[in-house]
Design a protein around this ligand. Sequence first.
Ligand code: 2AM
Length: 484
Amino acid sequence: MKNLADIGLIGLAVMGENLVLNMESKGYTVAVYNRTVEKVDHFVNGRGAGKNFIPAHTIEDFVSKLERPRKAMMLVKAGQPVDDFIELLIPHLEPGDIIIDGGNSLYTDTIRRTKYVESKGLLYIGTGVSGGEEGALKGPSMMPGGSPEAWPHVKDIFQAVAAKVEDGSPCCDWVGENGAGHYVKMIHNGIEYGDMQIINEAYHIMKDLLGMSADEQHEVFKKWNTEELDSYLIEITRDILAFKDEDGEPLVEKILDTAGQKGTGKWTVVSALDCGIPLTLIGESVFSRCLSAQKDLRVAASKVLRGPAPQFEGDKQQMIDDLKMALYGAKIISYAQGYDLMMEAAKEHNWNLNLGGIALMWRGGCIIRSVFLGDIKKAFDNNPNLRNLLLDPLFAEKISAAQEGWRRVCAAAISNGIPVPALSSALCYFDGFRSERLPANLLQAQRDYFGAHTYERIDQPRGKFFHTNWTGHGGDTTSNSYVV
Ligand code: 2AM
């Protein structure tokens, strides 16, 4: 075993243990440290026994075991513990050494920390790590951002441990400056909310409108997983639907219908609101979880509020095929919206985002991994300046082909009283996005009427503003000349 480690890791919880076992299995020597120091010995004498791990019992000891430039990675609880470890590490590091945060940090914290660590002459990386415990061990998706000079020093290690797609490409590449890696990880989680929500809506329709059993639904998901919807989330849904409780009944039907959330979906939507980007599908997905959590209120409401009793009279197989199209169309919208947000955030934060690379990073190893992401990578390879995914010729053709069935699904759900907030709002977005003219002319008139907010005219150059005295008794003062 080498005397010095290629990289060191602080934080031996399950994710940390699995990630270092993964690194070691790729030929790297790893120094390990943990706040509760007994865990270090427990690990090196347990799962790490006989392997190339160097145990450290103090931070000073840990740093002294690292090869230069030192790479000190943390996988600790997000928040204050990350700042605390940065403070503990800094006095022992030298210029050019690298601090890496692989936890679930909020990107604004990573922006702040990058600036701070760089001000001390050191380099910083904040990396999203997705794929859970199993991913950490067998190959996660990794999304690193931070100080660009740090990337060449960790590239080989990160790409060695990351998941690989069929052609061997690693699901890890440089994302961009400061908080870009953690931002992209946050968007990944938001997209995960959306992918899950549209699958849930399809399940709801199969169950309550088409009257399908869990076994029948299982068969549909099984087939879908061999086609263009092939993805991890379709795969696990297939398996969940087949899973029986002890009494032989589907377990899924015995689970209480109140969704939890840890906040990453919410933060994605908050960022979309801040950036002014219509991220409608993910927004609806977050709100759907909120509505599901109001269980007691819904139970009370169900006793007083009536809607149509679902009744399906069409061709069942046609509706199942339509559902696939609805999922596919909505998925294109969700990713188009997610990319739109990433592009806007990149502008605001001055990130040189690697857009095609992001699709490849999500292609394997993480929760949203899917065949679909390969097409997104191709779209950005074909046109690195693609302004919106819906303008890519392939996606434009695919969404166009999906819309007929997708519209039938939404119409059937709405007329039968089955909520499809994500599928339908995505369709509304599609119709809005492809509209040369929206009714916002009336909106501008209303704003000008009550608040003298002014408007532009279609027969005058952009940037020239008008105000009308709509009632005949308002003045000529516009809201540009006074602040209410
Ligand atoms: P522990 O084993 O000493 O609890 C995941 O919880 C990881 O984050 C663990 O390695 C845990 O260390 C560490 N962690 C949690 N809270 C911490 C804190 N306040 N300070 C330092 N490390 C912490």
